[in-house]
Design a protein around this ligand. Sequence first.
Ligand code: OOG
Ligand code: MG
Length: 260
Amino acid sequence: MTGDWNVDRAATALLDCEHEVRDRGPLTEQWPGLDVPTAYAVQTETLRRRLSGGQRITGIKLGLTSRAKQRAMGVDTPLTGWLTDAMALAAGEPVPLPRFIHPRAEPEIVLVMGERLAGPGVTPEDALAAVAEVRAGLEVIDSRFRRFRFTLPDVIADNASSAGYVLGSVVRDPGDLDVSAETCVLEADGGPAGSATGAAVLGSPAAALALAANDLCTRGQAIEPGWLVFTGGLLDAVPLAPGSRVRARFGSLGELTLTA
Ligand code: OOG
Ligand code: MG
C-alpha cells in the first residue's frame, strides 16, 4: 500500500497532527520509499502551506548538530528546518502547553543574519562574517511522531520537530565574543540538567551556519538578512509539563527561562 503515499499526503498527515495536537507513527513505516530529498520536498510543501496561510519566515534552524542530541535521538546527520512568526513565544509568559503534543526545551546559540548567505562553498569564517548579532535561545521542539521516535527522513519531513522558540534579550556583536567558547548551563525544575559550550555544535555555531547555507543551496535556497538561525541544541532537550521551569544561563549571552 506504499504506492498511496506522496508529498502532498505526507504534508497533510503532519500538519493535521500539528493542528489536532496529536502524534502518529513514523511516516517511513507506511512509506518506506521516503528518502531524504523527498522528505525535504514534504518539508517545503508544509512551509508553502504555512506561508499561504499567512505565516512569515523568521529564520531557519539546524537540528542534530551536537553529539548530545544525536545520541538522544538516535540520528547522527544534521538537518535544517523552517521557523515562522507563528512559532515565536513571548519571553516571560508561560508556554501555552495545550498548543503542543509533548514539548521539550533545548538551549541554543542563535545567530541573526546581517547579510545574505548562499552556498556552495561557505566556510565558517564566511558564515560568521554575515552575522549581525549573537543571542541566546531556547527552542521548543514537538515531534509529530510518537515518543519522538523517527528516522532521518521522518524528522526532515516533520520540519525538524519545529514548534516554538524564544530569544534572549542580550545582543552581542559576533566580533566581541568567541561563539565556540560561549558556555551554557541548563537547569530543569531547580536541578542541573547539563552544561556545554558552543563547540558542542559541529565544533562551532559558525560551522553549523555554514553547513545550513551549503545545504539550503542544494535546494536553491539562501539565508536572508534578518533571519534567525538556531544552530542546534547544545544539550539534550528537557520535557515541558505543567509546573516545569527550564532555565539556560549563558556565559555572556544572559539567561533565559521558560515556565509551563
Ligand atoms: C529533532 C530536532 C533537533 C536540535 O536542535 O538538535 C533539534 C528532535 O530532536 O526532535 O532541534
Ligand atoms: Mg533545536
